[in-house]
Design a protein around this ligand. Structure first.
Ligand code: FAQ
Length: 311
């Protein structure tokens, strides 16, 4: 690649200019974006499954309406993100093939089961809370279509986070059994949520390049720390205990220090061996097959329209 083009590109990034689809960009920048945006899109789509599991069993009409809207928003986020990835010159079909063949990843967090209603509260509070922490800086990402998609996505995530926290608040102030259910959900979701931010900085192969290109504005560990600092006081307000005996507030730094994260668990889940990986992929493949007739019909209709206009 031409050194002058590369230098000009980095100058535009350094000057906080947005890169748009028709602008020149290094192949590695394009590849990184396709990887990250498509993984993000796949996460939204696979992420509909754990919560979709509770739509028919929501405890009231109000809860059901909110959960339906949230899961529908996630589908919308997936579609904006696929569209943003397509501006980089890859088709939706290729992206979906990469997911179904196991070549593309999706977030580790969606491979854990939703066992009780409190899990719906914990997902909104913690998983969406983590998603917001990671996505607010992405609103300033150097690639225009991704940054713009993130603005609307973050607004919706903020509603999701509040609906989750409100479920947790209701359960924590409910009967002893309800409070116990909330605590159990926090126990199961806390550590996997910390893993959502990705491997520790020393093991993160993409952070350096992505930071230079201003795709990432913070490292994985920085965002994880911000999330812990924001979330621990919320757990205390709920009267719940964070399942980390080593958690301490460090007066000298103003941050919470935490116990060791089980990175072997993370590796296993990313490698496909988490509790629900097989189920999530099986469900996604079946849905793709079940929807084939809709795509066929749309294609046949488009062909018919084309020949009608020609005639
Ligand atoms: N799970 O070098 P890094 C949501 C992979 S929120 C699985 O640090 P990078 C909303 C990583 O891809 C969830 N794999 O990578 C919602 C790479 O492998 P590769 C989605 C992970 O990209 C809420 C390798 O490890 N959000 O969906 C994970 O610089 C509720 C090395 O890692 C996004 O995707 C993981 N947790 O930093 C929906 C946000 N972490 O690709 C429904 C956008 C890392 O070389 C319900 N993405 N890996 O094969 C990002 O910000 C970044 O991609 C990071 C990873 C921070 C996730």
């Amino acid at each position: 690649e031409d050194a002058a083009l590369l230098q000009r590109f980095q100058e535009r990034i350094d000057a906080e200019e947005r890169i748009e689809p028709n602008d020149w960009m290094p192949e590695a920048y394009r590849r990184t974006l396709v990887r990250q945006i498509s993984q993000h899109a796949h996460s939204e789509i696979i992420g509909m499954q754990p919560e979709g599991n509770w739509i028919t069993r929501a405890p009231s009409l109000r809860r059901k309406a909110a959960l339906l809207a949230k899961v529908q928003d996630e589908c919308g986020h997936g579609l904006y993100l696929y569209a943003a990835a397509e501006t980089l010159g890859i088709s939706r079909e290729e992206l979906v093939d990469q997911l179904l063949s196991g070549k593309a990843k999706y977030s580790s967090i969606f491979n854990y089961p939703t066992l009780t209603w409190a899990d719906i509260g914990a997902i909104g509070w913690l998983v969406d809370g983590a998603a917001i922490m990671n996505q607010i800086p992405l609103c300033r990402c150097s690639y225009g279509p991704y940054a713009r998609a993130m603005i609307r996505v973050c607004k919706e995530e903020s509603f999701h986070q509040r609906q989750g926290y409100e479920i947790m608040l209701t359960l924590s102030r409910g009967t002893a059994a309800q409070k116990e259910m909330a605590q159990d959900a926090l126990n199961r979701w806390w550590w996997p949520c910390l893993m959502m931010f990705g491997p520790p900085d020393a093991a993160s192969q993409h952070t350096d390049a992505s930071t230079r290109w201003k795709i990432k504005r913070f490292t994985n560990d920085e965002l994880r720390r911000k999330f812990i600092d924001a979330t621990v006081p919320q757990a205390h307000f709920l009267g719940l205990t964070v399942p980390d005996p080593d958690l301490r507030f460090d007066e000298s730094t103003g941050h919470w220090t935490h116990g060791a994260i089980d990175w072997e668990e993370f590796r296993q889940v990313v490698a496909g061996n988490g509790p629900c990986n097989a189920q999530r992929m099986e469900r996604r493949r079946r849905t793709e097959e079940d929807g084939a007739w809709v795509r066929d019909a749309a294609r046949a209709f488009a062909e018919k329209e084309k020949s009608r206009h020609k005639a």
